[in-house]
Write a protein that binds this ligand. Structure first.
Ligand SMILES: *Cc1c(COP(=O)(O)O)cnc(C)c1O
Ligand code: SF4
Length: 426
């Protein structure tokens, strides 16, 4: 299968762009200065309904549009582009706008672990039993989702020597921290690496035989953006990838493939179904997660249908997130109250297997907070959010419900005030 990358420089070559007015193409060019734009021929040719591009979820997920920037931000960048600013000056403008977009949400830098006093910058250890590992060669994606603001960490490809030192240190760190039983490969998208590269990391881990390491996870959007990664009939390297999965399983590890689906429209191709089948054949389980996004999937029917399709293919719904306060957040955000109600409806519609999902969840500074419900208090006639941490820096604080003030407009936990139980009951 031929792989064509489209980015801000060559996107005008996309044949389907004939559906777009010239004005819209100019807007893409301007907004993409701030919101990184990149996609490929599979997404463009198979996942987007171009005749109705304005309302198409995958189009909106892929192509930045004017409304994703605030008015003054758009004008500022447009001015710089149209007046042919020098590279340096243009970069300064772009950077100013980006800095207004909260590029480092829920500051993660305090999670960087240390090995023998030295910081391991390619890792994060926030929750007792699991470490995140950011292989340096997996810090980009097949396509950039417009809502995602991981650009501060999207770096250039690094050499394999560097990668080997990274995994060597990660293995040693896990060995020294016996509470850690899982490693989660994340990015970017680790599945953007070719199987040869990723196998170097994995085989190192397997050979290290770390007694406390039981689970290997990959967080990836490759099933959506390039399913050929797992289809030997289209891609000669795919068998090597599947063999590597099998090697993980055969060596006694629990292998979880954390797939990211934003809309069922990403799941309707035959190649996707085949890829899911091939991955499951290796003994890996596939769990699914995604954020709720205005303009893309903010409807219970979308989630109900998506979860049913996932379950029918043998995948396990895992997390439904609330969109982080970063990037084009104003465009994509949905108030917590609305997300909760939408989740409730979707779960009712889905039935049995929707119960395996933890939802809706915010990845906040102290941990992952789940909204458990909106509760009416007959004593004061007011509503409250009931929440709990399902993940917390201090694991002893998980699964302990608490109350927060209700605000139908709030879209993140920090906008609410915690209420003590006695206040609520009184
Ligand atoms: C979500 C997350 C994990 C994984 O959490 P699970 O609940 O085990 O899926 C690990 N580390 C960080 C920093 C995370 O945000
Ligand atoms: S694939 Fe994941 S990491 Fe990459 S741009 Fe999309 S959401 Fe972000």
């Amino acid at each position: 299968m031929r792989y064509i990358t489209y980015n801000a420089k060559n996107f005008r070559k996309i044949e389907y762009l004939r559906y777009l007015p010239e004005e819209v193409k100019k807007e893409i060019n301007i907004v993409s200065k701030v919101i990184p734009f990149k996609t490929n021929n599979y997404v463009v040719d198979h996942l987007i309904n171009w005749e109705d591009y304005q309302n198409d979820p995958v189009y909106i997920l892929t192509f930045p549009n004017k409304d994703m920037l605030l008015d003054h931000q758009y004008k500022k960048v447009k001015h710089a582009v149209e007046n042919n600013y020098e590279k340096q000056d243009l970069y300064r403008v772009i950077n100013e706008v980006r800095m207004e977009m909260n590029p480092h949400p829920a500051n993660q830098s305090s999670n960087v672990p240390k090995l023998n006093g030295v910081e391991l910058t390619g890792m994060q250890h926030k929750y007792r039993d699991v470490v995140l590992f950011f292989p340096s060669q997996g810090q980009t994606c097949h396509a950039h989702c417009t809502f995602c603001f991981r650009w501060p960490q999207f770096t250039k490809e690094l050499d394999l020597k560097f990668a080997m030192r990274e995994i060597d240190q990660a293995a040693e760190y896990i060995r020294q921290n016996e509470d850690v039983s899982e490693i989660l490969f994340t990015g970017g998208d680790p599945m953007i690496m070719n199987p040869g590269t990723i196998s170097k990391y994995i085989d190192y881990l397997i050979e290290a035989r770390i007694p406390n390491l039981k689970t290997i996870r990959f967080g990836t959007k490759s099933l959506t953006y390039w399913p050929f990664t797992f289809l030997p009939e289209f891609n000669p390297e795919a068998q090597e990838m599947l063999n590597m999965f099998r090697r993980i399983v055969d060596n006694g590890y629990h292998l979880a493939f954390m797939a990211h689906f934003n809309h069922y429209q990403e799941m309707q191709t035959e190649v996707l179904e085949k890829a899911v089948h091939n991955i499951r054949q290796t003994g890996a389980e596939i769990r699914t997660q995604a954020p709720v996004l205005n303009h893309i999937n903010n409807h219970s029917d979308v989630w109900a249908r998506m979860w049913k399709m996932q379950v029918n293919m043998g995948m396990i719904p895992y997390y439904m997130f609330i969109e982080r306060e970063t990037g084009p957040f104003d465009y994509f955000k949905v108030p917590l109250a609305e997300v909760y109600e939408m989740y409730q409806q979707a779960a009712i519609k889905t039935g049995s297997f929707a119960k395996t999902i933890t939802a809706p969840v915010m990845s906040a500074a102290m941990g992952k907070v789940q909204i458990l419900g909106v509760v009416d208090n007959p004593a004061d006639g007011k509503k409250y959010f009931m929440m709990q941490y399902v993940r917390h820096r201090d694991y002893r604080q998980t699964f302990q419900p608490f109350f927060m003030d209700y605000d139908e407009k709030a879209s993140w936990v920090t906008q609410l005030r915690e209420v003590k139980p006695q206040q609520v009951i009184a």
